[in-house]
Design a protein around this ligand. Structure first.
Ligand SMILES: O=C(COP(=O)(O)O)NO
Ligand SMILES: [Ca+2]
Ligand code: NA
Ligand SMILES: [Zn+2]
Length: 305
């Protein structure tokens, strides 16, 4: 059933488990996410970035909404990295049940003001809101944040921010970053910082940049002709621990991008005579489903629906 992000995340925070928020850009990705959630009896969030909305528009939103509505587990449709009040309202008009207003690259006061505007409008329409405080490294949809400008979330500031905005959940910067190259070795996740913020707050916390970039996937990616450097993601153990301290929404996009590309490349490489799109996209769907299944196991959301 189609529900709001809050319906899914408040129980997750209380139950100390994480719920995957997986980005989609087409039907097969959406099916891999939702069918796997049903198979594992797991709640799930399907999210679309502004780039995905540009690419698939209402067509894609309708695919997600239809699958979510018919799903036998709770599913929310979430706007990822909404860059403005207008963008959030447009998404709500498209049928999104959760929106992120990402104003974390602005000074605190401006972030508060922008977030408040979205919260007021969204709550009138019964839609829940994610905001962000702190700045991840890596490349967000519309902002390139280099390391020196990344800053981790201050726990006391987070309390102020939540009080002043009324946001339903909060994305925090705690060492993760977007993309396939999250650090030189194992990225450092500031568990003490998460725990501190978790102690001081009660709303669900959000970890962006949480793809694991599994070695098996990068090996297959190269084997099938892909080119990727020494990619590294967030360790499963770090995600498990983060969910014990208040992280309830865990964003995953890169892993599905890599998995779908592995599937497509393997079909094209191994069966060069193949040109049936169901075979070409079918394996991608299968590889993505395996990634979604692994992640739900790591986060502890299996059987929670
Ligand atoms: O935070 C993310 C995705 O992060 P990854 O690049 O680690 O999948 N989307 O908002
Ligand atoms: Ca941001
Ligand atoms: Na988001
Ligand atoms: Zn993100």
């Amino acid at each position: 059933m189609l529900v709001t992000g809050k319906d899914i995340l408040v129980p997750a925070r209380a139950g100390k488990y994480g719920v995957g928020a997986f980005n989609t850009n087409n039907m097969e990705i959406t099916q891999a996410i939702i069918h796997t959630a049903e198979k594992l009896r797991s709640p799930v969030i399907v999210q679309m970035s502004e780039g995905a909305i540009k690419y698939g528009g209402q067509d894609l939103a309708n695919i997600v909404k239809d699958l979510a509505t018919r799903a036998t587990v709770p599913v929310a449709l979430h706007l990822d990295h909404g860059s403005s009040y207008e963008s959030c309202l447009k998404a709500i008009k498209m049928g999104f049940t959760s929106v992120m207003i990402d104003a974390s690259h602005h000074p605190f006061e401006e972030n508060v003001a922008e977030t408040r505007r979205v919260v007021e409008a969204a709550h009138i329409m019964g839609i829940s809101v994610e905001a962000e405080l702190g700045r991840l490294g890596g490349i967000e949809e519309h902002i390139v944040v280099d390391e020196k400008d990344a800053f981790l979330t201050d726990p006391e500031e987070a309390v102020q921010f939540i009080e002043q905005t009324g946001t339903d959940y909060l994305a925090i910067a705690i060492g993760t970053s977007h993309g396939a190259y999250k650090g030189k070795g194992r990225p450092y996740i500031d568990q003490a910082r998460i725990a501190r913020i978790g102690e001081l707050t009660t709303i669900p916390l959000v970890a962006h940049g949480s793809s694991g970039v599994p070695a098996e996937i990068t090996r297959r990616f190269r084997e099938a002709g892909g080119e990727i450097g020494d990619a590294v993601g967030i360790a499963d153990d770090d995600l498990r621990e983060a969910c014990q301290h208040g992280i309830a929404k865990v964003n995953v996009d890169t892993d599905l991008r890599l998995a779908s590309t592995v599937g497509i490349r393997e079909v094209l490489k191994n069966t060069p005579k193949e040109f049936d799109p169901r075979k070409i996209f079918g394996l991608a769907r299968e590889v993505m489903s395996q990634i979604v299944e692994h992640k739900m196991g790591v986060l502890g959301s299996v059987g929670k629906a």
